[in-house]
Design a protein around this ligand. Sequence first.
Ligand SMILES: Nc1ncnc2c1ncn2[C@@H]1O[C@H](COP(=O)(O)OP(=O)(O)OP(=O)(O)O)[C@@H](O)[C@H]1O
Length: 222
Amino acid sequence: MVLDICNLVKRYDPAAEPVLRDVSFAMAPGETLALEGESGSGKSTLLHLVAGLDRASGGQITVDGTDITALADGALAQMRRSTVGLIFQQFNLIPSLTVEKNIAFQARLAGRFDPDWAAHLAETIGLADHLQSYPETLSGGQQQRVAIARALAAKPRLLLADEPTGNLDEATADTVLQLMLDSAAETGTALLMVTHSPRQAARMQRRLHLSHGVVQPLESAA
Ligand SMILES: Nc1ncnc2c1ncn2[C@@H]1O[C@H](COP(=O)(O)OP(=O)(O)OP(=O)(O)O)[C@@H](O)[C@H]1O
C-alpha cells in the first residue's frame, strides 16, 4: 500500500469533539480516490496530516511503508520531497522562477526531472505558451495549472490534491482532471483528491465521504 491510515484522530481543541475521530483507509499504487464531505468536515485537515504538515493526535499514517507519525521534522520534510506531491489551495509557486522552472522545481528536488514528461504536461495542461512567464503575470486558473503540472512532473508515489480544479471553468477542469488521472495511471501515482464536485468524484475509482470524524465509502460510477 502507498497509504495506510489507521484509527486516525485529530483534535485542535482538547475541550471539543475531535475533527477526525477514527479514520481508517488504505490506497494502492495508481489508485484514485475522491474525498468528499461538507465544508468544515475535516478534509483539508486529513490531507495536511498525510502530507506531514501537521501532527496527528492519535493513530498511524503509513506512507510508502513508513509510519510518518513517528518521524522527526527533518525526516518528514524529506519524505514529502521524495514521495508526496501536493496541490493545495495556496499554489505556493516561486515568484522569482519562470513557469518552466516552477514546473521542474519539485522533480529536480526529488531527483526525477524528465524534460520530455514536463514538456508533455505543460502542453497538455495548456501552458506551452507561458513557459517563460512569471507566476504574477498569470491568472489564478493558470497559476493553479502550474501547481498541478509541477506536482505531476515529480511523479510522486502519492499525490494529495485539495480541490485542484476549483479555480477552473468546467471544460478546463475536466481536461485537467483527465490529465491527472492519465498521469496517475502512467506513473503509478496514487491520487487522493478532495472535491466538492460529484461530477469529478464520479470519475475517480473510489469515493469516501467524511462526516462526524469518520469516513464511509460512497458508490463510484467509474
Ligand atoms: N489550525 C486549526 N486550528 C483550529 N481549528 C482548525 C484548524 N484548522 C481547521 N480547524 C477546524 O477543523 C474543522 C475542519 O476544518 P477543515 O479545513 O479540515 O475542513 P474542510 O472539510 O477541508 O472544509 P472546506 O470544505 O470548507 O475546505 C473546522 O471546524 C475548522 O474550523
